[in-house]
Design a protein around this ligand. Structure first.
Ligand code: NDP
Length: 252
């Protein structure tokens, strides 16, 4: 389903004065969306586990003359509820607001049959892909509610809507993310201050896609930069009123 207008083009100052937090911002889709948000005026909080990658994104944004981002190194696998709460407090005390939150970080885990799936690996995939998104949403909601027009975006996948053999915990985690987004959307519907939607990026040329489809020719896939427009739409003010949707980034 696509709720993004087919001809949508974000205006240059779409996110001016706004703060957007992106998880998994050091690579792949997260990096491209972070750079696009900054290019449209946002102060971006770059969350990820590899500092070297976050620094590269920071440099690219600053070199391009966009608002200076903030780097927040955090391994979502080991982060406790208090770590998420500390993050929300830091964003509040140092930046004063949070208008957009993209839950983008994710891991694929093993591609194997359920009966052979290692339980520890299963738990790790759920920790990063689902529990971290729950903990971060929970910690950031009070701050986001204050702006009056904030957007929470969760990252789904085609296998989060139709289960497929050997996609194991990854597919199940994406079903859970669709559920988390819908439950939250229903809870915030009447307030109208925060909205919650899902995006499924479709096949995109990243390290994760290459790991899942090693025989595929990556040149046939869109690059992360080529899929950022629906993300900008969901994160910015133009999607105000859209809540509880699940959007396909590549079917505009
Ligand atoms: P990448 O593997 O390229 O990037 C994932 C990002 O998540 C990386 O920056 C990675 O950090 C970060 N990350 C992973 N584990 C953790 C952790 N424990 N703590 C903090 N950060 C972490 O993936 P994509 O860009 O392809 O995927 C982005 C999202 O899109 C994911 O949710 C994925 O499931 C989804 N998706 C992607 C599709 C595709 O075709 N690419 C299709 C459908 C959905 P680091 O670089 O340090 O490892």
């Amino acid at each position: 389903m696509s709720a993004v207008p087919a001809d949508y083009q974000p205006r240059a100052d779409l996110l001016a004065g706004r703060t957007v937090l992106i998880t998994g911002a050091g690579d792949g889709i997260g990096r491209a969306v972070a750079e696009a948000c900054a290019a449209h005026g946002a102060t971006v909080v770059l969350l990820g586990r590899t500092v070297r990658k976050l620094e590269r994104v920071y440099d690219a944004i600053v070199d391009a003359g966009h608002p200076e981002p903030a780097i927040y190194p955090m391994d979502l696998l080991g982060a406790a509820p208090t770590h998420h709460e500390e993050l929300a407090q830091r964003v509040d005390s140092e930046l004063g607001r949070l208008d957009g939150l993209l839950h983008n970080a994710g891991i694929l885990g093993p591609m194997t049959a359920i009966e052979r799936y290692d339980p520890d690996q299963w738990a790790r995939v759920f920790q990063v892909n689902v529990h971290a998104a729950f903990l971060l949403s929970r910690a950031c909601l009070p701050l986001m509610r204050r702006t009056g027009d904030a957007s929470m975006v969760f990252t789904s996948s085609g296998v989060g809507r139709h289960g497929r053999a050997y996609w194991g915990a990854y597919a199940c985690s994406k079903f859970a993310i669709e559920g988390l987004s819908q439950v939250l959307a229903d809870e915030v519907q009447n307030e109208g201050r925060v909205r919650s939607n899902c995006i499924s990026p479709g096949p995109v040329r990243t390290a994760m896609r290459a790991a899942a489809f090693p025989g595929e020719d990556p040149q046939r896939l869109l690059t992360p930069r080529e899929v950022v427009i629906p993300y900008l739409y969901l994160l910015g003010p133009d999607s105000r009123g859209l809540n509880g949707a699940s959007v396909d980034a590549q079917s505009r």
